[in-house]
Design a protein around this ligand. Structure first.
Ligand code: ARG
Length: 462
């Protein structure tokens, strides 16, 4: 059995303080990178063999040893010891223990600095695919629900005040749009991070004849990095990744806020399924949207991770510093949080019903048709500013009489503008108005139908 003490034991005198061991270890966090660490090491060892820095036999020994370690970790048979600090030292020590002297050759021409920069990239590439798959599921859930409400009208709000009528489908598809941008942002992040740091060593590269393109190809990177000092100290992609997670969280939080409001007694627009509600320990009548509230609140964690990540980076001198080790806490926390929130959101969306009867019963409250009436006047040749004034006065009149615009008689309407004719009644009333939207992307039933078709096709290919 080869000795497996830490490789710097000959440099530092005596045993480290227990406090030191506990404080510097990252194994408890980075052990979840083990697969990527091993894949990276196999590629590195293969390249060492190609370059004749180790023999073919040695490569096979190393590869088999690493695969065995990987299987043991996956099966929960592996004993992690924090004295090895991190996943890199843990695996290397285990390899040396298993295959002996040959194991000591694995780290040839490599530093943990280029190793961790590689591991995180490999992990993040996969994690981005997981996040994108979850985004797609959630987008599909919104599209499915939209399909049930492609004709039903609800109030559209600005400033949380009734603004204009919209179809429920358009409202729901607004989240599909937001999530699409989140999807694309993650793709951009993945494209940008997809370069291989291996061969950059601790900071300066190496005097050994490594073939950087070989490891890059084996690991599916699209290129190698071109500045060793930069790449060992670069965590831009971690900040960017967390930012992308933070925006997903923001979008989920705004949606959650909507449905918390919409499920209240005052609104009564949506009914969140009982399976996704909780009750109160004292008030027997309660049906609380706690899951939505927690989605809203967990956004804070993700923002916290983003601020932490940026702060970790901001004052570091060039090259690698141990500060970097703290990156993983935050990339993991951000993606874990967003993953669960998306799972929960998807389940809620798929099981929610809109109370269309209740929404319709109040749909003519709040003068949702006022803007359309002004547009009608524009169609009759009235300048928009003037039309705006006419409708403003009509609304004020209606409020005094406790009436809706459509309840005013033609003469009453004509008192405010001679341009008004009998066809006005086809142009007011929330349901009529929604049907009249003609601009691309508008919130009417025709456009919603087109958007549903578009998304079904688009998302069907994912
Ligand atoms: N655990 C470290 C990290 O996550 C690995 C690199 C340590 N390198 C070093 N020179 N101390 O960043």
């Amino acid at each position: 059995m080869a000795k497996t003490e830490k490789s710097w034991e000959k440099r530092l005198a005596g045993e480290p303080d227990e406090l030191t061991v506990d404080f510097v270890e990252s194994l408890s966090v980075d052990k979840r990178l083990y697969k990527y660490d091993i894949v990276g090491s196999v590629a590195h060892a293969q390249m060492l063999a190609e370059q004749k820095l180790i023999s073919r036999e040695e490569f096979k020994e190393i590869k088999n040893g690493l695969i065995e370690i990987s299987e043991d970790i996956a099966a929960g048979r592996f004993k992690f010891e924090k004295k090895y600090e991190d996943i890199h030292m843990t695996i290397e020590a285990a390899l040396i223990e298993r295959i002996g002297e040959t194991g000591k050759k694995l780290h040839t021409g490599r530093s943990r600095n280029d190793q961790i920069a590689t591991d995180i990239r490999l992990w993040m590439r996969d994690e981005i695919e997981i996040l994108q798959a979850k985004i797609t599921l959630l987008q599909k859930a919104f599209v499915k629900l939209a399909g049930k409400y492609s004709e039903s009208i609800m109030p559209g709000y600005t400033h949380l005040q009734r603004a204009q009528p919209v179809v429920i489908a358009s409202y729901l598809l607004s989240f599909t749009e937001q999530l699409e941008r989140d999807f694309i942002r993650l793709k951009n992040c993945s494209d940008l991070l997809n370069i291989s740091p291996l061969g950059s060593g601790a900071i300066a590269g190496t005097t050994l004849p490594l073939d950087r393109k070989s490891t890059a190809n084996q690991l599916g990177f699209s290129d190698i990095s071109y500045n060793s000092i930069d790449v060992v100290g670069d965590r831009d992609f971690c900040a960017e990744f967390i930012f992308d997670c933070a925006l997903i969280a923001t979008h989920l939080s705004r949606w959650a806020e909507d449905w918390i409001i919409y499920s209240s007694n005052e609104f009564g627009f949506v009914q969140i399924d009982d399976a996704y509600c909780t009750s109160s320990s004292i008030m027997p009548q309660k049906r609380n949207p706690d899951l939505l509230e927690l989605i809203r609140a967990k956004t804070g964690r993700v923002y916290g991770s983003l601020v932490a990540m940026l702060t970790i980076l901001k004052a570091q001198p060039s090259g690698y510093n141990r500060d970097m080790q703290e990156d993983k806490v935050h990339i993991f926390a951000a993606s874990d949080t967003v993953e669960t929130c998306m799972d929960v959101a998807c389940a809620i969306v798929l099981h929610t019903k809109f109370d269309t009867a209740r929404i319709s019963s109040g749909i003519d409250e709040g003068f949702l048709d006022a803007t359309a009436l002004a547009d009608y006047l524009v169609g009759k040749g009235v300048a928009f500013r003037e039309a705006h004034g006419v409708v403003g006065a009509l609304v004020a009149d209606c409020e005094k009489q406790n009436k809706k615009l459509a309840e005013l008689g033609l003469e009453e309407l004509q008192k405010h503008s001679a341009a008004i004719e009998t066809d006005v009644y086809d142009n007011i009333g929330a349901v009529n108005v929604a049907k009249k939207y003609i601009t691309e992307g508008a919130a009417g039933p025709k456009q919603a139908q087109r958007q549903i078709e578009y998304w079904n096709k688009q998302l069907g290919q994912r």
